[in-house]
Design a protein around this ligand. Sequence first.
Ligand code: SF4
Length: 296
Amino acid sequence: MYLQRFDPWKNKLCSCPPKYSLNPYTGCAHACIYCYASSYIKDFFKCRQKPRLLEVLRREIRNIPKGSLISLCNTSDPYQPMERKEAITRECLKIFAKESMKVLIITKSDIVCRDIDLLKNMPSVVTITITTLKYYRKLEPFAPSPFERFKALERLNKESIRTALRFDPIIPKINEDEALEILSLAKSAGVSHVTVSTFKPRSDSWKRLKERFPERVSVLEDLYLRRGKRIGNSIYLEDQERERIIFAVREICLSLNLTFSTCREKLSSYNTSKSCDGSHLIEGGQPISPPSLEES
Ligand code: SF4
């Protein structure tokens, strides 16, 4: 089954609205060192096509209600380098449009701009992930640069396509101090909503991070191994540290008049938007009044 109800390991920390999920490709060529999916999908950084995807999708889509929200994607990026030639994601969008579905795109690629003609004519929101301006070659070695992603955000907004930014993951002592610059640039590009999440390493992403940032190993070990806690297969920062990071970014969002939400942090009471994933923008979502930190 390719089109599935989104339910990330029945994770109680997930506050996503009901939606379906489709990954047009298996694996992801962007090879981000913090990637979680590489811990449970073999050879994840080798992107490959799925057998008979479009044929199966045309059949499966008849089984879900019209107007459903479909997220592209939650495991890999729908705009892989091979998408330029294969246009499989583009064909999926055409199927969604024909069946009156809503679509939530999550990507790190400016290839999404190729599909502006389709996105303009269907209920959609495009979420672009930007985590760093300083370390993108170390953290996301084969993804388009953040500068190309900002240009894509600008272009999408010029075409009146709703956009959100994912500042995710925030890795303490690595990219946390880039929040103001990234969020300000996103605001200038026309973004109205930001979703954030702290880094929750699994064994393989932890190993890659340490290899890429040997000079930060001791501080990261202190934060994660000594003071953090294990939840499932991930290591979370201690609550106080997670809240410190999240609140600092939230304050920046409030000052820039951006709506704000958290992903898998159990801090959704601090959100200032109706959805955590940006999907509220499809309905022209308005901010909810930001709760004060004391109330939350
Ligand atoms: S873009 Fe997402 S799925 Fe692809 S490697 Fe990076 S984190 Fe993993």
